[in-house]
Design a protein around this ligand. Structure first.
Ligand code: PLP
Length: 437
């Protein structure tokens, strides 16, 4: 850290963390929050507004984590907040249908050519778990194929070589997943056409679904070539296998219609989460009316939820999605993120710092000790994470908050003005100079 920059105080966060450790395993309710791979105790957050966060010690940060993606409008957006407050006046859950579910579904379906019917659930994990069950029920096959480094939530058959949360802790899979479940999951590397062809030969007529994050963003940002995604589409069709795009991060983020729209590739089932809820717990899966007709109570694939389509969460979704549909929303976000990342790229290139930045839309990632774009999990050098750890510390001390793992991506929101991004950029330059200068 340079001499005129002071280390932030974490006194109150430390006290809260000590107490939290008596309540929760590891002191947190989700593992990556524990700051295990960065310096210091986790910051306990008190407030968010626009592009900013404040912690319990009143440190202020420009936030690039955005609650891990949902806050595309920034924190506490007035339209979302007001709609939530309005709807809450009428009660918070009925376990019965409401007009709000129709309204949100209409906003999504009438602007998305890739799905005809949707089912709302309460998290991304639930969405993906349900999509897998639907694919298995529909094809009457058991095996699924996933890609190393892609995270699809924490349901049993998907916690195999599954990205940031696990790699941060040096594990490839979770304890407690029965071997027989994991045996139904075939895992291959991203961007590897040969391995894909071989898997389809080895498991002929057994693969119910191939699932991929079309924008893999949970183990770095491992952007795939469009040709590879297109090939996936073709090999699935040829083998009677359903293609699932897990768009829990990329959905409503890289474009309104997510990566499917960005790449113009139509998967069979799509899963969404995060952004639909505007910060409240929502997930969804969707497909053609024909495939969705297999879901209970119309069809034999059971899936349910007490809080599915919860009115308060639907209200947040309606407000947020309406903002995203305004003309120019994605162009503005992409243009300012591009300028921000281009300037940082120019800075590191001029100085020959070993940093490679990747970006798609408003998602970005800093790869350290990398010379070119990384497209596979195995090509990330775990040693390079020590550089991220240093950068994270330097950035916090300069008022910039990144998610606490070098395997996580950053998000720019509509609330990040050019002036705010310029401030963050300077903090990034100064931090990189401390590390490499
Ligand atoms: N799928 C992807 C691509 C994700 O990024 C995530 C979470 O980050 C999930 C599924 C699981 O979503 P949730 O954490 O809402 O259960």
């Amino acid at each position: 850290m340079s001499e005129n920059v002071k280390e932030i105080s974490r006194e109150k966060s430390a006290a809260l963390y000590a107490k939290a450790q008596t309540y929760f395993p590891g002191g947190v309710n989700s593992p990556v929050r524990a700051f295990k791979s960065v310096y210091g105790v986790p910051l306990f957050i008190k407030k968010g507004d626009g592009a900013y966060l404040w912690d319990a010690d009143d440190n202020q940060f420009i936030d690039f984590c955005g609650s891990w993606g949902p806050l595309i409008l920034g924190h506490n957006h007035p339209a979302v907040r007001e709609k939530v407050i309005e709807v809450m006046q009428n009660g918070m859950s009925f376990g019965a249908p409401t007009a709000l579910e129709n309204e949100l579904a209409e906003l999504i379906l009438s602007n998305n050519p890739f799905i005809e019917k949707i089912r709302f659930v309460s998290s991304g994990t639930e969405a993906v778990m349900s999509a897998i069950r639907l694919a298995r029920g529909y094809t009457k096959r058991d095996k699924i194929l996933k890609f190393e480094g892609c995270y699809h939530g924490h349901s049993d058959s998907l916690l195999v070589k599954a990205g940031s949360g696990l790699v941060t802790f040096g594990e490839t899979s979770s304890a407690g997943v029965p071997k027989s479940f994991a045996d139904e999951t075939i895992v291959i590397a991203l961007n590897d056409k040969e391995a894909l062809v071989k898997a389809f030969e080895d498991f002929k007529d057994q693969i119910a679904a191939v699932i991929i994050e079309p924008v893999p963003a949970n183990n770095g940002l491992l952007l795939q070539h469009k040709e590879f995604l297109q090939y996936l589409r073709e090999i699935c069709t040829a083998n009677g296998t359903l293609l699932i795009f897990d768009e829990v991060i990329s959905g409503f983020r890289v474009s309104f219609t997510g990566a499917a729209g960005y790449y113009q590739i139509k998967p069979d089932i799509l899963t969404y989460g995060k952004i639909i809820g505007g910060g409240l717990p929502v997930g969804a899966y969707g497909a053609s009316a024909q495939i969705m007709s297999n879901v209970s109570p119309e069809g034999p694939v059971y899936q349910a939820g007490t809080l599915s389509g919860n009115p308060v969460a639907m209200a947040a979704g309606i407000a947020q999605i309406s903002e995203l549909l305004k003309p120019g929303f994605y162009e503005d976000l992409s243009v300012k993120t591009e300028a921000f990342i281009n300037d940082i790229t120019a800075f590191v290139n001029e100085r020959n710092y070993p940093v490679n930045l990747t970006r798609i839309g408003s998602i970005f990632w800093f790869a350290f000790d990398a010379k070119e774009t990384i497209r596979k999990a195995e090509d990330i050098d775990p040693q390079s994470m020590s550089k991220f750890k240093q950068m994270h510390f330097e950035l916090l001390n300069r008022g910039v908050y990144f998610g606490p793992s070098g395997y996580e991506v950053g998000f720019v929101s509509a609330a990040h003005t050019t002036a705010i991004l310029d401030k963050a950029k300077q903090a990034i330059f100064d931090s990189l100079e401390v590390i490499f200068g």
